[in-house]
Design a protein around this ligand. Structure first.
Ligand SMILES: N[C@@H](CCC(=O)N[C@@H](CS)C(=O)NCC(=O)O)C(=O)O
Length: 213
């Protein structure tokens, strides 16, 4: 039995979709980031970093998408969401590590440009400059994903893998930032393809995603 700690529309949506794809026996516990619930005493016992996602597996907790996504996929090998070839598997890790270490932080700068100052007062010019930089880097990353999808159906080639649900999070965040994601033809065609999957629709409904509203 898995328990996923998630917040609607957050990066935890990737693990949520994957659990649904795998028809796993799971429950969700909502942590509302806007209300600061990730910093509650109870949640910090689950994930001391105060972030979602966290996945409890028979009482043991895993955090970080780069650990959670391959773990879930690996529990259901018959679905082939995880490559059996070790080089192909490493290529999946390469992409999710880039999503987690470069794409996600760029979105963070764009959305919360005041945060790098760590509570110190910084001028509006500095905030605008950080926000512009975040937007610029994030957009370049979306273009890179778009280019990647120009010659392949799924993020890693011809097979749906645990990387795909994670890439959907960033498309939705592009909409959130009001970036012209519709101009990214391949990424948008892939998104349409993703939305044809029952598990994806179920989770987008549950999370009231911007992708369906
Ligand atoms: N590297 C982590 C990032 C997790 C993360 O930053 N999650 C965000 C939501 S998308 C969060 O919980 N933010 C709450 C906060 O910063 O207070 C992962 O990939 O799991």
């Amino acid at each position: 039995m898995y328990i996923l700690y998630f917040s609607p529309g957050a990066c935890s949506m990737a693990a949520h979709i994957l659990l649904e794809e795998c028809k796993a026996d799971y429950e969700v516990k909502k942590i509302t980031l806007a209300k600061g619930e990730q910093r509650s005493k109870e949640y910090l016992k689950i994930n001391p970093h105060g972030k979602v996602p966290a996945l409890s597996v028979n009482g043991k907790v895993i955090s970080q998408n780069v650990a959670i996504l391959p773990f879930i996929a690996g529990q259901f090998p018959h679905l082939n969401f995880v490559p059996t070839d070790s080089l192909d598997f490493a290529k999946c890790l390469e992409v999710i590590s880039w999503l987690a270490s470069t794409v996600h932080p760029a979105f963070g700068l764009a959305l919360h440009p005041e945060r790098p100052a760590g509570g110190s007062t910084i001028g509006e010019n500095a905030i605008k400059s950080i926000s512009d930089t975040g937007h610029k880097i994030f957009w370049c990353c979306l273009e890179e994903i778009d280019a990647r999808l120009s010659e392949q159906t799924w993020m890693m080639g011809n097979h749906y893998t645990f990387v795909d649900p994670y890439a959907l999070v960033f498309y939705s965040w592009g909409i959130r930032l009001e970036l012209p994601v519709g101009n990214l033809k391949n990424y948008t065609a892939w998104k349409v393809h993703m939305l044809k999957r029952q598990a994806v629709c179920t989770v987008l409904e549950k999370e009231q995603s911007i992708l369906i509203n």
